[in-house]
Design a protein around this ligand. Structure first.
Ligand SMILES: [Fe+2]
Ligand SMILES: [Fe+2]
Length: 278
């Protein structure tokens, strides 16, 4: 068995012609199975896949890490290519999600209705629990919030009948991919918190060692003290490699690079991680 992970959407693109956008998407190829984790915001997915020689038409499974537009906006373009694709997500992805910036509310939720998605051939499967996507690939389901300094953002909100309330982002989930060299944890935006997520993966799988931790860590939103606390907790896990994208930012990325040395990688659009049989 071999696993190949290709970053298709990220805030940063490091090669000529590839499009960087605020968002994240990664393709997991496990032998002949193709699973897409997130879709970016809909700017670069198809363009980047074409340029990278990635065939999107064979994708049979999509997993959405949560309902924000920068992870779900590429869904239409994808479904128009694939048809008949199953989409696994937490039921809260369709909540009307907003961000407050300078006192102004901006809609940042999924830009499509459930009916539209189904009309494009998307078969939605909702679960709050961990779900097997394919042999060796599971979602984490909703992640319990156990670490006091992780998660929570007063400026991320859900519109309800009683007005705007803080979005608990219970829809935030990650993906765990078993490989011959150990588990790979793929993070979308890690709103639940990096440590909360890894702690939950440990509870789910019984493993606290990971071959790769990859994706959006959300650490870009943490100040230096909180970042130090996360990195302190990170030392309790055995992590062979860490690859950061999206909401990590340069400051947290540099701090992690200092911590991890050669085991750190900045994962931009076009990055390919291959974990083979040997
Ligand atoms: Fe998000
Ligand atoms: Fe995000």
């Amino acid at each position: 068995m071999s696993v190949r992970i290709t970053i298709l959407c990220d805030n940063t693109a490091a090669s000529i012609g590839l499009i960087g956008e605020h968002g994240f998407s990664a393709l997991i190829e496990q032998d002949n199975k193709k699973v897409l984790f997130d879709t970016g915001q809909g700017v670069g997915l198809v363009h980047n896949a074409d340029l990278l020689g990635v065939d999107l038409t064979g994708i049979t499974e999509v997993v959405l890490s949560h309902g924000h537009y920068d992870h779900t906006g590429g869904l239409k373009d994808l479904l128009l290519q694939t048809r008949g694709t199953r989409i696994t997500a937490h039921p809260h992805i369709f909540q009307p999600k907003y961000a407050r910036r300078n006192g102004v509310m901006r809609y940042i939720g999924i830009p499509f209705s459930q009916e539209a998605i189904e009309g494009w051939g998307g078969e939605l499967r909702f679960s709050e629990e961990a779900v097997e996507i394919a042999p060796g690939i599971i979602t984490t389901g909703a992640v319990p919030r156990l670490i006091p300094f992780e998660g929570g953002d007063q400026d991320l909100l859900v519109k309800t009948e009683k007005g705007y309330v803080e979005d608990e982002l219970l829809d935030d989930l990650s993906l765990v991919v078993e490989t011959p060299h150990g588990a790979v944890v793929l993070l979308g935006c890690a709103h639940a918190g990096l440590i909360n997520t890894l702690t939950h993966v440990k509870a789910l799988t019984g493993k606290d060692s990971f071959h790769w931790v990859l994706g959006g860590t959300h650490l870009g939103f943490y100040g230096p003290e909180r970042l130090d606390e996360v990195i302190g907790e990170l030392r309790s896990f055995s992590i062979d490699n860490i690859g950061v994208s999206h909401c990590t930012g340069l400051f947290a990325g540099a701090r992690l690079a200092q911590e991890m040395g050669q085991r750190f990688r900045f994962c931009t659009v076009g990055t390919v991680i291959e974990v083979g049989t040997t």
